[in-house]
Design a binder for this molecule. Structure first.
Ligand code: OGA
Ligand code: MN
Length: 202
């Protein structure tokens, strides 16, 4: 049997979770140094005021609804030449190829953004696919928060068929689930909560 490298093992963990209970979570998806470097990159872009308040909806129907979500985001250019972002996007591409080979998912595209939830912010219960655009197949979130505890809040709460689960946004951790299937919310964060969130698309 082929020996799996670090990322292939992590891909397997995520896929196994999705197959067995509709979502996958795995720790150290990003090696610690890589996660810390992406965190610094996010913070540097944030300090240059490149982030915007996130909206909901799509196309001409995008609106800010601060009572629904009040995080700030910055889209990562798909052809970014920044070394770290390139490394992250190459990783996403590898995950897409892995899913397509092992699960015949037919994924072709992706979109990812940095997200910052300042203290007190949240994202109320929602699903990630749009009414008129079903291209988002899987949601993938990686967290960039060292030293995060229960007291810091900001859990990702997933509404599964028969129960809910709450996931802390710990540095290097990844969560993946089918975008149309799982309603979820981000509980109020008591500290700045940093992540990269995106979608694997058809
Ligand atoms: C989103 C989202 C979850 C998280 O951006 O759509 O649900 O844990 N994010 O950041
Ligand atoms: Mn979401």
């Amino acid at each position: 049997m082929a020996v799996l490298n670090h990322y292939e093992q992590k891909f397997e963990e995520l896929i196994e979770g999705i197959v067995n209970h509709d979502f996958g979570v795995c720790d150290s998806f990003l090696p610690e140094d890589f996660a810390r470097a992406l965190r610094l990159q996010l913070l540097s872009e944030f300090e240059q005021n490149k982030f915007s308040p996130a909206s909901i909806g799509q196309g001409n129907h995008q609106r800010q609804h601060l009572e629904i979500r009040n995080d700030c985001i910055l889209w990562i250019e798909p052809d970014s030449s920044n070394k770290l972002e390139r490394e992250f996007l190459d990783l996403v591409n590898n995950f897409i190829q892995y899913l397509n080979r092992s699960c015949f998912t037919g994924l072709q595209h992706f979109e990812f953004h940095y997200a910052c939830y300042p203290k007190g912010s949240f994202y109320r219960k929602h699903v990630d696919s749009f009414v008129n655009d079903k291209s988002r197949q899987f949601s993938l979130i990686v967290y960039l928060n060292p030293d995060w505890t229960e007291d810091d809040g900001g859990q990702l709460k997933l509404y599964l068929k028969d129960k809910t689960v709450e996931i802390l946004p710990l540095l290097g951790r990844a969560v993946c689930f089918p975008s149309h299937l799982i309603p979820h919310e981000v509980l109020s964060a008591q500290n700045n909560r940093l992540s990269i969130t995106g979608w694997l698309k058809k």
